[in-house]
Design a protein around this ligand. Structure first.
Ligand code: CP
Ligand code: NVA
Length: 303
């Protein structure tokens, strides 16, 4: 079977650490002027059913940075838009490209593609997971804090795709994760329970954002309405207001606590302009790291 990346639980602790180590190495080397050639002659197809700035461009830049090439396919330009079965798409695309990077709605879409594809399927965000993003976020934690194991990390806001992937990472990599989510917006209960049962990190869901950030070394924030939830935007604005990451909330954390935001940010909603532009926020370094982690993922899955 091809080496797919559908969620972080496709990998054990050592494999996750290997992505992080390789990304840090590739970043160091490319800053030193090394021109990498890991994927010369390889082609990756990017199939995106939702918009993207960072993930698309960083995967493309990563592939070119390793000597490979990409073909970008917006879903509306493919026969997916006219309901061609995924199993047919998978069995055609795998004859043209060496891997498919897919951003879509249901996790079952990437799972179905993976069932039929002989080349790796890489999840570039579904409604349930955003695994590649969390790897670049953890890389950023390692850079800023020296390590991730044993650290106290907070998630403030929606129990969404990002939260689910953070939960999986906490279980596997062994850090403590406290998620402050409003009632009715908890992370996926199956993922949460599995991570709590099997994981080595302590993972808990609380309602009070202050309690989550109080001892946190890292505070994570994401949009209140994810892609596909646009109709819920107004209702969510009200529910999530107490979960805004602002100077008052951040004041409850330590002065060296860092703030992560995967971007795009909605200033004045989940995060204030002051916090996003402030010294504790590392969102733009985090965005850069997407490219380095994507290089590591592509090198490991395609070499
Ligand atoms: N963080 C992230 O996935 O951004 P894009 O939606 O721009 O790809
Ligand atoms: N939770 C957000 C992440 C965007 C990168 C979404 O799914 O829209």
């Amino acid at each position: 079977m091809a080496n797919h990346l559908l969620s972080l639980w496709d990998f054990d602790r050592d494999q996750l650490k290997a992505y992080l180590d390789l990304a840090l190495q590739l970043k160091r080397e490319s800053k030193a002027g090394v021109r990498h050639q890991h994927l010369v002659g390889k082609v990756v197809g990017l199939v995106f059913e939702k918009p993207s700035t960072r993930t698309r461009v960083s995967f493309e830049a990563a592939m070119y940075g390793l000597g490979g090439q990409v073909i970008y396919l917006s879903s509306r330009d493919t026969q997916l838009a006219r309901n061609e079965p995924l199993k047919d798409m998978a069995r055609v695309m795998d004859r043209y490209v060496d891997a498919l990077v897919v951003r879509t709605f249901g996790q079952e879409v990437v799972e179905e593609l993976a069932r039929y594809s002989t080349v790796p399927i890489i999840n570039a965000l579904t409604d349930l997971h955003h695994p590649c993003q969390i790897l670049s976020d953890i890389m950023t934690v390692i850079e800023k804090k020296g390590s991730v194991e044993g650290r106290q990390i907070a998630w403030v806001g929606d129990g969404n795709n990002m939260a689910n992937s953070w939960i999986q990472a906490a279980g596997r990599l062994g850090f403590n994760l406290t998620l402050a989510c409003p009632e009715g917006y908890d992370p996926d209960p199956v993922i949460l329970k599995a991570a709590q049962d099997d994981g080595i990190g302590r993972i808990e869901v609380v309602r009070d954002p202050l309690a989550a950030v109080k001892n946190a070394e890292v505070v994570n924030v994401d949009v209140w309405a994810s892609m596909g939830q646009e109709e819920e935007q107004d209702a969510r604005l009200e529910v999530f207001q107490p979960y805004q990451v602002n100077d008052t909330l951040l004041g409850a954390a330590k002065s060296d606590t860092i703030v992560l935001h995967c971007l795009p940010a909605h200033r004045g909603e989940e995060i204030t302009d002051e916090v996003l532009e402030g010294a504790q926020c590392v969102a733009f370094d985090q965005a850069e790291n997407k490219m380095h982690i994507h290089k590591a993922i592509l090198a490991k899955h395609l070499s």
